[in-house]
Design a protein around this ligand. Sequence first.
Ligand SMILES: [Zn+2]
Length: 186
Amino acid sequence: MVTDHSKGLPIAGGKDEAAFATQRCEITLENARLAADRAGLTLLAGIEMNLSPTGDGDMEPELLRTLDLVLGAFHSKLRLRDDQTERYLAALRNPHIDVLAHPRGRLFNFRIGLSAHWETVLEDALRRDVALEIDGYPDRQDLKVDLLHLAAEAGVRISLGSDATRAGRLELPRFRDCCSDRGGDS
Ligand SMILES: [Zn+2]
């Protein structure tokens, strides 16, 4: 899955609609080559769409409908300490979002992350079938364990993401099946 940033994040190489359309074509061509080589691998075209603090996306719906998966993510006003439930509910109302990426905006030893009435957020995510992401970048530790348990109890889908912004970071995620390793340090 390729999920480059959207145009609202130029500092992170955000792409506009035309660039994503071009990338969609490149991925289609690459998939044809992979199929011809019987590689057993299919690339999916996605996006990490920037969400405003009020939950609005920054890309045209016509583009989003052509993609295989749409991540929505907050990248601003991540240090607010008051309850952000309404922000999450607004984001979940966006009909194009499949996954809430790095949902809390937490960064270890740097940013505490947003808080919300998670039962309410999870109930709405379940109803709309939007997944919450476990972000594989080690500093994020975004869905802490108790929140992950709440999500599991609610039955919400969980998405595993690398958050790899360059090839070297693809090695970072160390997801493992904690059920087969109970008593570990997770
Ligand atoms: Zn992000």
